[in-house]
Design a protein. Sequence first.
Length: 264
Amino acid sequence: MAHVLVLGGTAEARRLAGELAGLPGVRTTTSLAGRVARPRMPVGEVRIGGFGGAAGLADWLGAQGVTAVVDATHPFAGTISAGAAEAAGLTGVPLIALRRSGWTAGPGDRWLPVDSLAGAAALLPSLGGRVFLSTGRLGLAAFADLDELWFLVRTVDRPRPPLPRQAEILLERGPFSVPDERELLLRHRIEVLVTKDSGGDATAGKLVAARELGLPVVMVRRPPPPAGVTTVPDIAGVVRWLSGLPGFPGFPGSAGSFEADKCP
């Protein structure tokens, strides 16, 4: 039996697990890092917690007879993705990365791209005194010394210190509509938005609202995937890739050419 390990935590990972569930000859296990207190659970087998680095993951792949790995983690989960690439190299288990497309600035957008949260923090004092910080609960220490600014920090789970001294914490989980995001920005008199280029529709409403209100958006660029890892933007690409592996059964609707990007 083919055994697929899905490194999950995203909506795409949950949909992929559902796509693979019940297919004859395929066992699917979704791995969640355990960083979210109440994760949305996929169908099928689920494993929660780390593997103990690349070596631990390699041992697990061998012990569980994994025949393919799909890295469907968040685009900014660089440590997990690097560990998956290393483990795949150690074991020879095929690996593919599922990465939703990033956002693209359009007419009227005032985006300021940066490479890190530290780079975003360096820009803020010149952009406005009231900041909507929508970058997740990790890495907020980059903004902790900006005492003169006020922050609205939105996360799924409560973040841990260090945090900005002037901060209101908003615990919410998307998706968020454009009208709701516009009302949020107006109610808190936000002057600048900081976010990561996560892509997808669930949290894109804030970008539309910022455009409508003429607000600058500090956009943290994605880190590149590990070198040599094949990357596809959708579940259909993953299914086509799996269908082409030795020992995997055919998948309904998987016909068609396989197109993917491979990072240099």
